[in-house]
Design a binder for this molecule. Structure first.
Ligand code: PMP
Length: 359
C-alpha cells in the first residue's frame, strides 16, 4: 500500500507515472534496454527529451521566444548561475527576501556583484509579503529576483510584481505547474524538479532569448545559459532518467487536465487544510491570508511537547513526512500536485482525532 507522502522534496510522484516507468524500466518501447542505458544522442532519447520539452511548453503555454533548459545542479546552483549570466560586473540586481530560499539566493549573488535587497518580509517576521509600493527598487537593476513560494516558511506570492522593463527572475521550485502562469511576465523562471516536476537531479530553466549571451567572461562553460540553449541542454550528458521521468509527469498533467485542473484541485486541498487549522484552537498557521502557500502548509500544535506523539501517530496511519523543517520546527504538510485530496482528507481526519484526544 502506498502511503500519503507530505514530503517537501523529493516529493510524492503520481502513482500512474511510477507504474509507467516500472513497466518501461527493463525494456523501453521494445528496444531491449532501459531509457537509463541509452545514449543521450540516440534518436530514441532525443525524441523522449523533445517530447518532454514540448509537453511542458504546452502546459505553461511557453511563448516561442523562450528557451527551455534541462540542467543539473539543482535550484541552488541557479543562485550563482543567475548573476554569472545576468549581472554585469558593474551592475546591480534587486532581490526580494521572503524567507530562507530567497535569502540564500541573494547571499550567493553577493559573491558576484552588487545586490540591493529591495524588500524583506523580515519586517513582518516572514509572515507576510511587503507590497510592491514599499519596495526600494534600484534605478537600473539588471533583474529582480524573488521566490514565488517559500517552501520552508509557507509564504507564497499570489501576485506578480510589475517592473516594466526590468526582467523578473523567479524561483518557482515549489509552485511551478500548480496553477496557470503567464510566462511572458518573466525574464526567467527556474525550478528544481523534485517537487512538482519529477525526481531530483534536474533543474528546469525557462529563459527569454534576449537574456542569453550575456554571461561574464569568467562564467564556466557549463554554467552559460547560451551554451546550454545552443546545445539543446546536451553540452554534456544530461540527467537522462530524471528528464524522462519528468516527461512522464508532464504527460500525466496533460491527461489530468493541465494546470487549470491542478489549480482547481490545489485550491480545494489548501482550503480544506487551512480551514481545519483555522477552525481549531489547537493548530495554528501564522501566515497572512493572502500569502499562505497552497503547496507547503506549516502548522504548529498548541503544545510542542506533543509533536513527537503527533508524528508517530501520523506515521502509523501512513501519513508520512509531516515534520517541519529543522530551522522552524512544528509540522509542515507539502501538498504538491501528486498529493491528492484523499491524502489531505486523511490528514485532516487524523488532526481532528488527535485534537480530541490531546487538545
Ligand atoms: N528554492 C526553493 C524555493 C526550494 O524549495 C529549494 C529546495 N527545497 C531550493 C531552492 C533548492 O533546491 P535544490 O535542493 O534543488 O538546490
Amino acid at each position: 500500500m502506498r502511503a500519503h507522502n507530505f514530503c517537501a522534496g523529493p516529493a510524492a510522484l503520481p502513482e500512474a507515472v511510477l507504474q509507467k516507468a516500472q513497466a518501461e524500466l527493463l525494456d523501453w518501447h521494445g528496444k531491449g534496454l532501459s531509457v537509463m542505458e541509452m545514449s543521450h544522442r540516440s534518436d530514441e532519447y532525443v525524441a523522449v527529451a523533445e517530447k518532454a520539452e514540448q509537453d511542458l511548453r504546452d502546459l505553461l503555454a511557453i511563448p516561442s521566444n523562450y528557451k527551455v533548459l534541462f540542467l543539473q545542479g539543482g535550484a541552488s546552483q541557479q543562485f550563482a548561475q543567475i548573476p554569472l549570466n545576468l549581472l554585469p560586473e558593474d551592475g546591480i540586481a534587486d532581490y526580494v527576501d521572503t524567507g530562507i530560499w530567497s535569502k540564500k539566493s541573494l547571499e550567493e549573488a553577493r559573491r558576484f556583484g552588487n545586490v540591493n535587497v529591495a524588500a524583506s518580509a523580515k519586517a513582518y517576521d516572514y509572515f507576510a509579503i511587503p507590497g510592491q509600493n514599499d519596495w526600494q527598487l534600484s534605478k537600473n537593476a539588471a533583474y529582480l529576483h524573488y521566490a514565488s513560494n517559500e517552501t520552508i516558511g509557507g509564504l507564497q506570492f499570489d501576485w506578480v510584481p510589475d517592473l516594466g522593463d526590468v526582467p523578473l527572475v523567479v524561483d518557482m521550485s515549489s509552485d511551478i505547474l500548480s496553477r496557470p502562469i503567464d510566462v511572458s511576465q518573466f525574464g526567467m523562471i527556474y525550478a528544481g524538479a523534485q517537487k512538482n516536476i519529477g525526481p531530483s537531479g534536474l533543474v528546469v530553466v525557462i529563459i527569454r532569448e534576449d537574456l542569453l549571451g550575456k554571461a561574464r567572461s569568467i562564467c564556466p562553460t557549463m554554467l552559460d545559459y547560451k551554451v546550454a540553449a545552443d546545445n539543446g541542454s546536451m553540452y554534456n550528458t544530461p540527467a537522462t532518467f530524471s528528464w524522462y521521468l519528468s516527461g512522464l509527469v508532464f504527460e500525466w498533467l496533460k491527461e489530468q487536465g493541465g494546470v487549470e485542473e491542478m489549480e482547481r484541485r490545489n485550491r480545494a486541498k489548501q482550503e480544506l487544510l487551512y480551514g481545519a487549522i483555522d477552525a481549531s484552537d489547537f493548530y495554528t498557521n501564522p501566515i497572512a491570508r493572502n500569502a499562505r502557500s497552497w503547496m507547503n502548509v506549516p502548522f504548529r500544535l498548541a503544545d510542542e511537547k506533543l509533536d513527537k506523539v503527533f508524528l508517530a501517530g501520523a506515521e502509523a496511519r501512513g501519513l508520512l513526512n509531516l515534520k517541519g523543517h529543522r530551522s522552524v520546527g512544528g509540522m509542515r504538510a507539502s501538498i504538491y500536485n501528486a498529493v491528492g485530496l484523499d491524502a489531505v482528507q486523511a490528514l485532516v481526519g487524523y488532526m481532528a482525532e488527535f485534537e480530541k484526544e490531546h487538545g
